[in-house]
Design a protein around this ligand. Structure first.
Ligand SMILES: [Zn+2]
Ligand SMILES: [Zn+2]
Length: 335
């Protein structure tokens, strides 16, 4: 292959030319676009790696021509190892793609199980759509990465990762991609046997994707002691926002007060005013009891869906990723 003809001396000549005529003229002369991620570094200065490789080919020896952009089809990531082998430093300036989060894995698993027996081709419209969906989701939860972030390739790889966990696949003696993260296994174990719930959660995530949460709002909602639900980050936020809806909380407290004459924890009976006096008067937290994936965007919360809880009880409900139901919380207290 042409790239293998490159020599250290030829690269140096191309770098010198780059210095002599400047970046813009150099890229223009050889017909390359500015590099997106891979740069060769010499004496602290960055050079577009692909353009350097292309130009250097013309300097290998007599009869060699520069390589054009079209001839270097492998892209920047293929040029980088060649340059490194010749002793040059090449850096990748793109941010690393973050690990997959639960929300993304839920969408991917839902897709995987839907097409389990015959996964669509990497270039299919279905995979393209999944990649688009996941990018949209990531935008609403503020997750981002480099140029290849959740592209069709990455999304397809993730589906392949699920195969190693899939008994119907491994039973045939095949093995899926052995590399994979623990998070995939966790989501698989939680959802693979309950596709009805999985589809409902995936649909709720898709429905929630369009509702904007601005950054400040999101930060307030992402309390570190408030463990993300099994349903993922986005739906956790939807839940949190509902619980914090001031108007709704006021209405709930008012109706509770009317009925009981005071506010107290519906699980353990704790009354803030009784313990803290005037300072605790009227203080109580509100918890939304409906499973979050059953909440439709824009659906009005009914006062009956809310329970008044003391801060301890409320924390306990959300302390582990499988949030407690109100009944489970009551049962824990009885023990
Ligand atoms: Zn309580
Ligand atoms: Zn809650």
């Amino acid at each position: 292959m042409a790239l293998n003809d490159l020599t250290e001396a030829a690269i140096v000549q191309a770098l010198d030319e780059f210095d002599a005529i400047g970046r813009e003229a150099f890229l223009d002369k050889y017909g390359f676009k500015p590099a997106r991620s891979y740069f060769l570094v010499r004496a602290g200065k960055q050079y577009d790696s692909k353009a350097i490789a292309g130009a250097a080919h013309g300097y290998v020896s007599d009869g060699f021509e520069p390589l054009t952009h079209d001839q270097l089809t492998g892209g920047e990531s293929q040029v980088a190892p060649v340059l490194r082998r010749l002793g040059f430093e090449v850096i990748n300036t793109q941010p690393r793609n973050p690990d997959w989060v639960r929300d993304e894995l839920i969408l991917a698993l839902d897709f995987y199980l839907m097409y389990r027996s015959a996964l669509p081709d990497k270039r299919s419209r279905e995979i393209q759509q999944l990649s688009t969906d996941i990018n949209k989701l990531d935008q609403s939860i503020g997750l981002s990465g480099g140029d290849t972030f959740r592209n069709t390739n990455g999304v397809y790889m993730k589906l392949m990762n699920f195969r190693r966990l899939d008994p119907t696949y491994t039973a045939e003696g095949k093995v899926g991609l052995t590399r994979g993260s623990k998070a995939e296994a966790v989501v698989w174990n939680e959802f693979a046997d309950d596709t009805v719930r999985l589809s409902a959660v995936a649909q709720a995530i898709r429905d929630g994707m369009s509702t904007d949460v601005d950054a400040a709002d999101a930060q307030e909602i992402d309390d570190p002691d408030f463990t993300e639900a099994e349903e993922g980050r986005l739906l956790t936020r939807v839940h949190r926002r509902r619980e914090r809806n001031r108007k709704l909380v006021q209405q709930k407290k008012k109706s509770f007060l009317k009925k009981h004459g005071r506010v107290f924890c519906e699980a353990c009976g704790f009354d803030f005013e009784e313990t803290y006096g005037k300072r605790g008067s009227g203080f109580i937290e509100c918890h939304h009891t409906k499973p979050i994936h059953t909440l439709k965007p824009g659906e009005k919360t009914k006062l009956d869906d809310l329970k008044l809880l003391c801060s301890n009880c409320h924390r306990m409900v959300h302390a582990k990723s499988q949030w407690l139901t109100f009944t489970e919380l009551r049962n824990l207290l009885k023990q």
